[in-house]
Design a protein around this ligand. Structure first.
Ligand SMILES: Nc1ncnc2c1ncn2[C@@H]1O[C@H](COP(=O)(O)OP(=O)(O)OP(=O)(O)O)[C@@H](O)[C@H]1O
Length: 287
């Protein structure tokens, strides 16, 4: 069991307008883990991501990230000497600054986040540009560093946004449906790239997705949430060998997992808070 890196303890989150998004939710994630959050629309998945990013504070309960209270300006109450965790963020619709090149957009976290910020604009500028270029090449955008955002397709912008999320070597990657707006082929290509990057660097990843095949392909754990107010209903370990391939994603065990998740979420949507019966693997039923 890996050391706890993210901990939501008895978290309740009520938005200003009165919506109760999370109600006494617990979640514990180990360092280097790859966790997917799935569940009915509006159940509070993005809310969890925002709490972990420190963009929201819980109404009650605690959110600890890397030994610190998430979003606390000063040191949190847990360990005042613990350094802030470097976080990379990528969302469904990547926002790029139109007046900057793609390379400059990718380099933005290096301008903002320590320890890189101290050297930005000085001796390391060239080194940082090379770091951005290397990532762009890894995601198939070699030669596009000098282009402006409006010269790239949606899929290319999404690749660039992944580079921006990764350029500062984040210990924690928060991904909110980062492949949701892409066509199937591009999406599957980016799954493979994402998996390679995770295997190489092993950041802790929290991925929000509606695509159950995506969750089963990428994650080590899949947490299924109830409908709003969200709680973790089921916590599944995904132990398919890595690296996983697209062919693997059509294997009977894989299809069974996806089908079980689909049924679990269908139950959650209708508020039936009990686990559905296990289904047989598809292959067995076809035979
Ligand atoms: N800023 C806000 N103010 C008020 N209510 C909000 C706010 N953000 C989200 N909500 C509400 O909180 C609930 C949870 O929202 P959240 O975005 O976390 O759900 P989600 O599971 O990520 O949804 P989806 O899968 O549709 O993206 C929803 O009912 C939503 O309408």
């Amino acid at each position: 069991m890996t050391r706890s890196f993210i901990e939501l303890a008895d978290v309740t989150l009520r938005y200003g307008g009165g919506t109760l998004a999370l109600d006494h939710t617990d979640l514990d994630i180990g360092q280097g883990d790859f966790v997917a959050l799935v569940g009915p629309s509006g159940c509070g998945k993005s809310t969890i991501l925002k709490l972990v990013a420190g963009l929201l504070r819980p109404s009650s309960g605690g959110v600890i990230v890397g030994g610190r209270e998430a979003g606390a300006k000063g040191a949190g109450p847990v360990d005042p000497h613990t350094p802030r965790v470097r976080i990379g963020l990528a969302f469904q619709n990547p926002t790029m600054l139109p007046w900057l090149t793609i390379r400059e957009n990718v380099m933005i976290p290096l301008k903002i986040v320590q320890p890189f910020r101290a050297d930005y604009g000085r001796k390391k500028r060239g080194e940082f540009a090379e770091r951005a270029e290397a990532l762009l090449e890894q995601v198939g955008l070699k030669g596009f560093g000098d282009k402006r955002p409006w010269q790239l397709s949606g899929g290319m912008l999404q690749r660039a946004s992944l580079c921006r999320a990764l350029v500062h070597d984040p210990q924690l990657l928060l991904l909110d449906e980062p492949f949701g707006a892409l066509d199937q082929f591009t999406r599957e290509e980016l799954w493979a790239i994402m998996q390679d990057l995770w295997i190489a660097k092993r950041p802790t990843v929290l991925l929000v997705t509606h695509d159950l095949r995506e969750s089963a392909y990428l994650a080590n754990r899949i947490c299924v949430m109830s409908s709003r107010p969200g709680r973790i209903l089921e916590d599944r370990t995904v132990d398919f060998a890595r690296p996983r391939t697209l062919e693997d994603s059509y294997a009977p065990e894989f299809a069974t997992l996806v089908q079980e998740l689909r049924m679990r979420i269908a139950h959650a949507r209708t508020e039936q808070d009990t686990a559905p019966a296990k289904i047989e693997p598809l292959a067995r039923r076809v035979a």
